[in-house]
Design a protein around this ligand. Structure first.
Ligand code: NDP
Length: 456
């Protein structure tokens, strides 16, 4: 008789949990995974994937307009049908969730579609079936959940990004609260789908933590795209009018009326009611599971990966953490994830792509920096006539010529930055960029043709 029912019990079948389960099973571990929602987790079901499909839909609006400058005539004015998009995206999510399940089953992972809670360092209870499973290792990969903290009166009249994918009709007016990834992506895409969007943010500028030059240029681009920006405004309460309209009252300025209020004020680790206290697992101020570099908590048999640890809250990071945990615990190779140089994108239009340190972060870290930048009108806009600019910035360490950060605002910024992140991870210097021959004509060639640092 084995000492435990399984070698690994994974709670949460999102990106991190699924990867860990499959890799561990591949190393010969007996693995069970429990998911109380849909298999695939936030990214697949209510995050990155459906959002990116919405972004694609939104960009057709400008493509139709731009086509005219290139000689195309559309016989009638293009119209947009929300249910077609919403349902097509929902079907794709269902297909992907099915693939995730197949992948788990193919790897011989036992799948339980119900909530699981921790009973002790080696024990998990499946809530619906009442089954108790003992495990040599428990991995918590329960992700995060939208939060509006502190709550405000009428806060429940808003929706979160969980619900935005299922709106019965396309609203005429939308109020988006927040100035981070989710708020900006949805403000940008709904504005292009024809919704009158107001973005309400408590800070003086959007995207706190990003490079200042990117923040300001994106702010201006969103305003130019028709998003009404109410910055430096704190929302105080939301009320519902007789016709269903939401009226949001702010500490500064007039109230704002909208059909939908999308609240995107951050996410919190999903640890409530999981039984972590019962097992003695230490949590941080936001409820996150505190783990070491090997993703192990203070209880040696309990581990955690992904957003529930509140390290770098991005899908590919969770996947890598899950993979490293499974290899290190059940395979022959022990490794940890380097969280230092993780590229990310904000899928607004224009898009933001960023890797490494912002200019401000580099200076704060004590580097003497040289900044190279380029702002230009993209080639396509010369004929389409669209008012748009691409911006690229390199933050270089003056002491050793190393490129510390690359920041791009413009078409395909995410795609470009993913490739350039390889060079940054390898420790590329500005001289390496300079000796790279340009690919012409492209926007990305600007990265290797900037010669003079910004004065001052
Ligand atoms: P973010 O942490 O990015 O942004 C939260 C925003 O809400 C900030 O602008 C913050 O303001 C504001 N805020 C926080 N609390 C309040 C409050 N009580 N009242 C008013 N405003 C408030 O969170 P998101 O929800 O946008 O995204 C969550 C996470 O999901 C991100 O951290 C990111 O890692 C991930 N994500 C990644 C995406 C991508 O890679 N493209 C896309 C979507 C999500 P302030 O700046 O002042 O704190």
């Amino acid at each position: 008789m084995a000492e435990f029912d399984v070698d690994l019990f994974v709670i949460g079948a999102g990106s991190g949990g699924t990867r860990a389960a499959r890799i561990a099973a591949g190393h010969g571990a007996r693995v069970m995974i429990a998911e109380e929602d849909r298999i695939g987790g936030t990214c697949v079901v209510r995050g990155c994937v459906p959002k990116k499909l919405f972004v694609y839909a939104s960009r057709f609006a400008e493509d139709f307009e731009d086509a005219a400058g290139f000689g195309w005539t559309l016989d009638s004015r293009p119209t947009f049908d929300w249910p077609t998009l919403r349902d097509a995206v929902a079907n794709e999510v269902t297909r992907l969730s099915g693939l995730y399940r197949k992948g788990l089953e193919g790897a011989k992972v036992a799948v339980r579609e119900e909530r699981a809670v921790i009973e002790g360092p080696h024990s998990v209870r499946l809530v619906k079936s009442g089954e108790t499973v003992t495990a040599r290792h428990i991995l918590v990969a329960t992700g995060g959940w939208p939060s509006f903290d502190p709550p405000i009166p009428g806060g429940e009249l808003g929706i979160s990004s969980n619900e935005v994918f299922h709106l019965p009709t396309l609203p005429r007016r939308m109020l988006v609260v927040g100035g981070g990834y989710i708020a900006l992506e949805f403000a940008s895409l709904f504005a292009r789908l024809g919704v009158a969007v107001t973005l309400l943010h408590r800070g003086d500028n959007i995207l706190r933590g990003f490079d200042e030059d990117i923040r300001t240029r994106l702010r201006d681009a969103l305003a130019h795209a028709g998003v009404t920006l109410r910055l430096g405004c704190t929302i105080e309460r939301i009320e519902e009018l007789a016709d269903g309209t939401r009226r949001a009252h702010c500490a500064q300025g007039a109230p704002i009326e909208a059909d939908v209020v999308l609240v995107a004020t951050g996410r919190r680790p999903n640890t409530r009611g999981l039984g972590l206290d019962k097992a003695g697992v230490v949590r941080g101020p936001l409820g996150e599971i505190v783990v070491d570099a090997a993703s192990t908590s203070n209880v040696p048999s309990i581990h955690a990966v992904g957003d529930v640890t509140n390290r770098v809250n991005l899908t590919p990071v969770a996947i890598r953490e899950g993979h490293a945990f499974a290899d290190s615990t059940f395979g022959s190779r022990s490794w940890t994830v380097d969280h230092a140089t993780v590229a990310s994108a904000v899928f607004t239009t224009p898009e933001v792509g960023t890797v490494g340190l912002s200019e401000g972060q580099a200076v704060d870290a004590g580097h003497e920096v040289k900044v190279f930048e380029s702002g230009f009108r993209p080639m396509k806009a010369t004929i389409s006539g669209r008012h748009e600019r691409t911006y690229m910035k390199l933050v270089v360490d003056a002491a050793n010529d190393r490129v510390l950060g690359v920041h791009i605002l413009g078409h395909d910024a995410g795609e470009i930055v993913q490739a350039v992140a390889i060079a940054i991870t390898m420790g590329a210097t500005k001289a390496d960029f300079d000796r790279t021959v340009a690919l012409h004509p492209s926007a990305a060639e600007e990265l290797v043709t900037m010669r003079s640092p910004r004065a001052g």
